[in-house]
Ligand binder design. Structure first.
Ligand code: ADP
Ligand code: MG
Length: 711
């Protein structure tokens, strides 16, 4: 179904939705009742998977996939590159008569062994034991992917080493979900809730991206290799008119979006909201929330599908955090909450004193977690591209704080004895000794400048990098909150029933008073906040390198290992992988700049210099009275800038060579950040000045005006 020619009157969306997903309803139809039930129990973590069940599920999956045209299957996993990986096998098995039958065994479903020695493992997988194993993740549904010529069955899997260490982003996420479930159930039990059997975190990501015309993209080596422009002067118009944000969507783009939705809906991914974003040619897509694990898988598929469908429309999707200087970059908003299997949102303010106690406890836990583990959350947003956004007046600063809104802050102040709350008669709630107004159900406060905002019944983490997996953000968030909940539970479990309400009130009060420094309802983009945050002692971890370095802080190793999410060794390996990946990315960008400057920009400038010099000579030979003053000035300026460009390139080259020679990953990454990256800015400034001085047709690359406005 290319070109977006979808007739929804012929194919109702309700039928199309999830048609490529091995969903619960497909399983219910195709699996024997007993197997279906057992698999559900496995998915909920109540039972371990047996080979017998796997055999039955595998054959049902195979039949379903083959009926839909599949010839291959693949274990789909998420190695430490942050991308997804796959290795396809066909279902064929030769028979003695020269034919084949289509086979897919339980063993093949459960476990794969890709030759995965080339993925980053940060030393976890010695080369003599290079094997990595992919293990079926029953909690995320299998799906079919269609490309131009075939259909493949995709099985979401976790990627682990021979010794069971996490080699991917999914294993820690699943472990963190277990941790927060365990601790939340303890709290619920204390609150007298025996009916909720499971707790999971819910996540709804909003994905931002840019679109550029493919033919222009193909002429920009920086876009092709680094995903962002490394040179580029501002066009006459940027985003100052605010005319793109929520503007009417151009037809070429809406054609693309229609087909994008169609592809996502088939996969059972609930693409819901789409609109123009702030920067020209920037857009957003939000899907409806799901469990953190499924949402993470789905977001990977969203990024993948965006790229694939764009190409069919002669477009390229840029997921980079800052593809263009001078206009807003892209982020990802990670909406997050905690829910029970019987439909309770634990961050939903309620009507009864019981619900209020529950809400306040979980809210206090999140506030305390974010304050205590702010550096860990900052690490989760650390990304080469994000360094261009955070604190640059288009995204939250690198300081982690929480926005609660005035109403909720007032309530918490009252609970913690620091203020009074005005409320009308009959709207009072009692928690412990404190009278409270009813919680407003839908708090409409909006604060776009906070990195972590409470939005009525969920938190929105706004620091996430647009190109990155959301696995780690949710892993770290779950870990931090689980840890605080564990502390709460310990205290409350030893409290006598009669004192429980009082102790809960005390706990909330204490926790809030100790951690309210992280609450900030004002303008996060202002310089005042940076100063104020420093006074409050909040960490301001400005760069990716500094953030990655914090991953190995004792408190971070402590919280992650205490709850079995990542061991010290696993954390050290990630630390190394992230530092190396940072250095490699900056190295690539620097190398691209050197080539663009020396092989394209410098020669182009020299051609125009020669042309101008020739012109001056020719005109002078006709009439020596003509001074050609302006032409001579332009010539001098161009020569000067060309020299600047060449000199800046030479400096950059020296810095790159020196960074390359550093063995220690941390020192090397610092050198890339504080030497190479800085030298890149100087080179860019020289290049951009030349772009503005040269005739338009002499500039060797498509310019910002074309890239940002021509669609
Ligand atoms: P915004 O005003 O920020 O655009 P929306 O109400 O459109 O917010 O929701 C943004 C995202 O939040 C959507 O993906 C939505 O599914 C998700 N969301 C809503 N409720 C929850 C929840 N309880 N847990 C996690 N995500 C949620
Ligand atoms: Mg939002």
């Amino acid at each position: 179904m290319a070109n977006g020619n979808i007739d929804f009157t012929k194919t109702p969306l309700t039928e199309l939705y999830g048609s490529n997903q091995f969903s619960e309803s497909v399983m219910r139809q195709r699996l024997p009742k007993s197997v279906f039930k057992e698999l559900q129990a496995v998915m909920k973590g109540e039972q371990t998977l047996t080979l017998e069940i796997a055999e039955v599920v595998a054959s049902a999956m195979r039949d379903w996939a083959i009926e839909k045209g599949a010839t291959h299957y693949t274990h789909w996993f998420q190695p430490m590159t942050g991308l997804t990986a796959e290795k396809h096998d066909s279902f064929i098995s030769p028979t003695s008569d020269g034919k084949v039958i289509m086979e897919f065994s339980g063993k093949e479903l459960i476990m794969g062994e890709p030759d995965a020695s080339s993925f980053p493992s940060g030393g976890l997988r010695a080369t003599f034991e290079a094997r990595g194993y992919t293990a079926w993740d029953t909690t995320s549904p299998a799906f079919l992917k269609e490309d131009r010529t075939g259909v493949t069955l995709y099985i979401p899997t976790a990627f682990i080493s021979f010794r069971g260490e996490a080699l991917d982003k999914k294993v820690p996420l699943l472990r963190s979900m277990e941790a927060i479930e365990k601790q939340s159930l303890r709290i619920l039990k204390i609150l007298g809730n025996d009916s909720s059997k499971h707790v999971f975190t819910t996540v709804g990501p909003e994905q931002e991206y840019f679109l550029v015309d493919k033919s222009l993209y193909d002429k920009r080596p920086d876009l092709i290799l680094a995903g962002r422009t490394l040179f580029g002067a501002m066009p006459a118009k940027g985003q100052e008119l605010d005319d793109h944000y929520f503007g009417s969507i151009k037809e070429r783009v809406s054609d693309f979006m229609r087909e994008l939705n169609y592809e996502l809906w088939k996969l059972g991914i609930s693409a819901k909201t789409q609109h123009n974003e702030v920067a020209p040619n920037q857009f957003e897509l939000a899907t409806i929330f799901a469990s953190a694990n499924v949402a993470t898988d789905n977001n990977q598929l969203v990024m993948d599908t965006l790229r694939k469908v764009a190409l069919r429309h002669g477009l390229v999707v840029l997921l980079h955090e800052k593809p263009f200087a001078g206009v807003n970059g892209s982020g990802k908003h990670n909406n997050w909450s905690i829910a029970t299997d019987d439909g309770i949102n634990l961050l939903e303010p309620g009507d009864s004193p019981h619900e209020n106690a529950q809400f306040l406890l979980f809210l206090a836990a999140v506030i305390e977690a974010v304050d205590r583990y702010a550096p860990l959350l900052r690490v989760s947003a650390a990304n080469t591209g994000n360094d261009h956004r955070l604190g640059a007046n288009e995204a939250p600063p690198a300081i982690i704080s929480i926005f609660l809104g005035d109403q909720l802050s007032d309530i918490l102040e009252a609970v913690s004895g620091g203020g009074t709350v005005k409320a009308r008669e009959g709207e009072m709630m009692i928690i412990g000794q404190t009278s409270l107004p009813k919680f407003p159900r839908h708090m409409t406060d909006r604060n776009r400048t906070s990195p972590f905002a409470f939005t009525g019944n969920k938190f929105e983490f706004r620091m996430a990098a647009s190109s990155a997996s959301i696995a780690e953000i949710n892993t770290f968030l779950n870990a931090a909150v689980a840890d605080v909940l564990a502390g709460f539970a310990e205290r409350l479990e030893t409290t006598k029933d009669a004192d429980k309400t009082k102790t809960i009130a005390e706990l909330v009060k204490e926790s809030y008073n100790n951690h309210k420094r992280v609450v900030f309802n004002g303008n996060g983009y202002s310089d005042d906040w940076v100063a104020e945050a420093e006074k409050r002692g909040l960490p301001n971890i400005a760069t990716t390198v500094e953030a990655i370095e914090r991953l190995t802080d004792d408190s971070n190793i402590g919280v992650l290992s205490r709850h079995g999410i990542l061991s010290k060794e696993e954390i050290l390996s990630r630390h190394e992988i992230y530092l190396e990946s940072y250095s490699k990315k900056i190295n690539i960008e620097a190398e691209i700049m050197l080539r663009m400057a020396r092989q394209s920009i410098y020669p182009a400038v020299n051609r125009f210099i020669a042309e101008t010099a020739k012109l001056i000579g020719q005109v002078g030979s006709i009439d020596s009275q003509l001074s050609m003053k302006r032409q001579r000035e332009i010539l001098a300026y161009l020569v000067e800038k060309a020299e600047e460009l060449a000199a800046a390139a030479d400096v950059l080259e020296v810095k790159v060579k020196s960074a390359q020679s550093i063995a220690d990953p941390s020192k090397q990454a610092r050198s890339y950040r504080f030497d190479v990256f800085v030298a890149m800015s100087t080179l860019r400034a020289a290049g951009d000045a030349l772009e503005e001085a040269l005739p338009r047709d002499a500039w060797p690359f498509p310019n910002y005006e074309e890239l940002l406005f021509m669609l």
